[in-house]
Design a binder for this molecule. Structure first.
Ligand SMILES: Cc1cc2nc3c(=O)[nH]c(=O)nc-3n(C[C@H](O)[C@H](O)[C@H](O)COP(=O)(O)OP(=O)(O)OC[C@H]3O[C@@H](n4cnc5c(N)ncnc54)[C@H](O)[C@@H]3O)c2cc1C
Length: 377
């Protein structure tokens, strides 16, 4: 164990969850593992809309990192990385601690894109861990009377949040209005059939879609679109996609033009061979993919396999991700819409499939033996 290399995992993202699960099933004696995680019970994003809709209690949507790290024989350090000197192999935490490593793996997700300027109440959906509390407080602070809530963003996450908000607010009292502001168009990367099906599902549930222009400002009475339209809204949720956290900017790591960590097909930094990255934070240069949890989940096993190989002095192997991912959008009234590439279908059975798939992912981590925390200095 004394010759083991120190692997520092930063972030309890989807790929690291899979990696730790793999270590719990088959320990790696050549690695001494530390997990630095800003949240010790991260929220599973696939269940976030259902949690907001009031369908599940929070504990059914979170993964217990203490238990997972213990099962994997890893040391868990609750904390947030704020700066990295990749040349010196040193990571600075928000509490002032400095961590060194032989191997570093980053799976810290992404951050919200900047909200439109102005004084209106616009809630970014990221960080998703705090969204249930932030949304609860914002809704509680609305003046009495009919509310008009907007979701900004026309990707799968924004659409699903609009359905979930409608469900939550109908349960809470008289139905308020929910609007979706997708910018230029709904689901810009999907085909016409998918767009039509989603538009019909939204319309059937009374969710108005106001497309054709970006939101450029927010005020106390609503939102301003680039074409001059003013949209009254009491509160807006911002689901416009993923941005890179700024703190990696000064790390010395090679980044892509958007600031994500540039890695090769083996998930290894193109500038620092002892650094790996997966999930939203990684820009896999040979295989660009959308920022989605599905891709992060699939990277967990090859990431672990490559770290095992590097620990025994072998070269990491390239990983070829799937081209397309299945997105299941719940409408929160017993139906889900499945999108894959340009195809789309909807049905009640898809809602049960979504419920089953999400539940299976969470249950996987609960089924592990509690394990004994290893002393890792
Ligand atoms: C509303 C919504 C719904 C979504 N639904 C789906 C879906 O159904 N299917 C799908 O495929 N994708 C979905 N996504 C996208 C998905 O959430 C992301 O692509 C996915 O979470 C990325 O996973 P990750 O492994 O990169 O990191 P994440 O799952 O984001 O986890 C990163 C972790 O790292 C921690 N962390 C962050 N910074 C630091 C730091 N500096 N130091 C230490 N720890 C840190 C965070 O606290 C977090 O726990 C959804 C997104 C949103 C916003």
């Amino acid at each position: 164990m004394t010759d083991a290399r120190h692997l520092l995992l930063v972030g309890g993202g989807h790929a690291h969850l899979g990696l730790l699960h793999g270590l719990a099933l088959r320990p790696e004696p050549r690695l001494r593992v530390t997990l630095l995680a800003a949240e010790t019970a991260p929220l599973y994003s696939g269940r976030l809309p259902a949690l907001l809709a009031g369908l599940y209690p929070p504990e059914a949507c979170r993964i217990d990192l203490r238990r997972l790290a213990a099962a994997a024989g890893a040391r868990l350090l609750p904390g947030r990385a704020v700066s990295l000197d990749a040349g010196m192999r040193r990571l600075l935490c928000a509490d002032g601690a400095i961590l060194s490593y032989d191997l570093l793996s980053l799976d810290i997700g992404s951050v919200a894109r900047p909200p439109p300027p102005g004084g209106g109440e616009v809630l970014p959906v990221r960080p998703i861990g705090s969204l249930p509390a932030r949304l609860g407080a914002a809704l509680a602070g609305l003046p009495p009377g009919p509310a008009r809530l907007a979701v900004i963003g026309g990707g799968a996450a924004g659409i699903e949040l609009a359905f979930a908000l409608r469900r939550r607010l109908r349960r809470a009292g008289p139905a308020p209005e929910v609007l979706l502001l997708p910018g230029a168009a709904l689901l810009p990367e999907a085909g016409g059939q998918a767009r039509r099906l989603v538009a019909r599902a939204l319309a059937a549930r009374g969710i108005a879609v106001i497309a054709g222009a970006e939101v450029i400002a927010s005020g106390f009475d609503g939102l301003l679109l680039a074409d001059g339209r003013r949209i009254p809204a009491s509160l807006a949720l911002l689901a416009t996609g993923a941005a890179a956290p700024a703190w990696l900017g000064g790390s010395g790591l090679a980044l892509d033009p958007q600031g994500f960590v540039a890695v090769d097909a083996a998930l290894r930094s193109v500038s620092h061979p002892e650094v790996f990255a997966a999930g939203d934070i990684a820009a896999v240069l040979p295989h660009p993919r959308p920022k989605a949890g599905v891709f992060a989940v699939r990277q967990g096993a090859p990431l672990l396999a490559n770290l095992r190989r590097v620990a025994r002095g072998a070269a990491p192997r390239p990983f070829h991700p799937q081209r397309r991912a299945l997105a299941l959008i719940g409408t929160y009234d017993g139906v889900a819409i499945a999108l894959r590439g340009r195809l789309a279908i909807e049905g009640r059975w898809l809602w049960w499939l979504k419920h089953w798939l999400d539940g299976r992912w969470i249950a996987r981590f609960r089924a592990l033996p509690a394990g004994l925390p290893r002393a890792t200095g």
